[in-house]
Design a protein around this ligand. Structure first.
Ligand code: ADP
Ligand code: MG
Length: 239
């Protein structure tokens, strides 16, 4: 599904060049649920931005769902971003003045889907994340967990090949964080491929596999032995 080889990225600050990613290799199979961990500044977000086609690497190859992303021009890259990638951010990134429904419709407007189809698909996506009763609410009228569920619905509405989430529970209290992890686990059960960044071990342990970054490289890649199962009602069961 996803394959990255020898990915590097540096940032120029003043006249010094700071290497952030120093040769990252990673393969993710269809349907996998992977958590990325690592200290602050280790390059996790930089890496996710490459995977999400929000930025380009300096070197290395990136293949996603049969497409050699690293060889694409800007226009094609934008297309891959819109058609194959769903991205969820720590800060939700919702339009404050728009309803949940309109926020979820937005990616389909870029994709040229007709108005009636947009409505239908956006309401289905909101139902899927349990927000059928909140479609006409604006972000200020929703809790943190509900806002993040709107963002997840928006990320899924174009049926992406992969769902990327960078610290999706970082702005949430632990109860809402658990609610969001229950959501991700349900999507995983339905076959969605997920890569999620977190610096909290007990969030990462909801995934099947934990990949650890340090100083711009992957230093560990292991299966989760005692996976945590999140129950939306706040209880946590260890399998
Ligand atoms: P993480 O998500 O693991 O905390 P990041 O990928 O956000 O780490 O950042 C890694 C390093 O890259 C940090 O030291 C950060 O300051 C630097 N960095 C990130 N983006 C930029 C940028 N656009 N310009 C310069 N430096 C950046
Ligand atoms: Mg980060």
């Amino acid at each position: 599904m996803l394959n990255v080889e020898g990915l590097t990225k540096s940032y120029q600050t003043g006249d010094s060049v700071l290497p952030i990613l120093r040769g990252v290799n990673l393969s993710v199979e269809q349907g996998e649920f992977v958590a990325i961990m690592g200290p602050s500044g280790s390059g996790k977000s930089t890496f996710m931005n490459m995977l999400g086609c929000l930025d380009r690497p300096d070197q290395g190859t990136y293949r996603l769902d049969g497409v050699e992303v690293s060889k694409l021009g800007d226009k094609q890259l934008a297309r891959v971003r819109n058609e194959k990638i769903g991205f969820v951010f720590q800060s939700f990134n919702l339009l404050a003045r728009s309803t949940a429904l309109h926020n979820v419709e937005l990616p389909m407007m870029y994709a040229g889907v007709s108005r009636s189809n947009r409505r239908k698909r956006a309401s289905e996506a909101l139902e899927r994340v349990g927000l059928a009763q909140r479609m006409f609410h604006k972000p200020t009228q929703l809790s943190g967990g509900q806002k993040q569920r709107v963002a997840i619905a928006r990320a899924l509405v174009n049926k992406p090949a992969i769902l990327l989430a960078d610290e999706p529970t970082g702005n949430l209290d632990s109860r809402s964080g658990t609610e969001i992890m229950a959501m991700f686990q349900e999507l995983h059960e339905q076959g969605v491929t997920i890569i999620l960044v977190t610096h909290e071990l007990d969030i990462a342990q909801h995934a099947e596999r934990i990949v650890t970054f340090k100083d711009g490289v992957i230093i560990r890649d292991e299966r989760v032995e005692n996976r945590l199962i999140a129950v939306p009602s706040d209880e946590v069961i260890v399998t």
